[in-house]
Design a protein around this ligand. Sequence first.
Ligand code: KIV
Length: 285
Amino acid sequence: MEQRKAATTAKLRRMKETGNPISVITAYDYPSAMLAEEAGVDAILVGDSLGNVVLGYDSTIPVTLDDMIYHTRSVVRAAQSTFIITDMPFMTYHGSIDQTLHNAARIMQEGLAKSIKMEGGREIADAVRACTMAGIPVMGHLGLTPQSIHQIGGYKIQGKNSAQAQQLLDDAKALEQAGAYAIVLELVTEQLAAHITEQLSIPTIGIGAGPRCDGQVLVFHDALGYGSDLAPKRFVKTYADAGSLIRNGLKQYVNEVKSRTFPTKEHAFLMEDEVAGALYGSAKK
Ligand code: KIV
């Protein structure tokens, strides 16, 4: 079978132009990325939601650049035919432009991602521009930006009043002008997301932003009911109950080991009868 070609930033833009919705899912390791690629997603985001759903932190803030690189490498190994985007973690793009470029280069060279993602608007436009000019594709992220959760004061809908809505639109335009090839819109009202989507020539990828963005992203563990202990969110659709399947499988495994139902002879490897007999006597064959 011919190997599928990974999407490119140009392809994602064409998808917007032709009204072909862009599907994105997060993944953080080899098996999740392999399954995502097999399902045919257009792009995989190695999100710093890694902190919440894999590493057990209560926010994305403790996630380090080394964490992101380590997880990106395993995702890339599994999904060679998928466009892979990696989050720049907390405070890795707010220092000097040199530091930002150095950190972004590590994600591309050591992690082998195809693109980076940064949270923020006008205040990060210089960082976006510098990376883009250095040949690193940048995805923006506006609305609820989890790395600023302590400043925002909780996971709430953004852009509800006209001043905030105007600011978000200005931020989106600033990111586009700085060279971003796409923008995630997280937890913004449907009307604002639709308006920003119309105003930009680059694609918008929504999460909790309604049905009128150019694409959609979900967190792997949320979409599959897999081990996430976060409260169910209204904007998430759960497509499988992987958590229950795994929990039931593990309970059965424990029960079978305790009851000596597993392993049985069927799962064992035997010596030749003569060797076993000579070593241990016929009783232990
Ligand atoms: O880290 C992440 O998974 C994200 C998505 C929620 C867009 O940024």
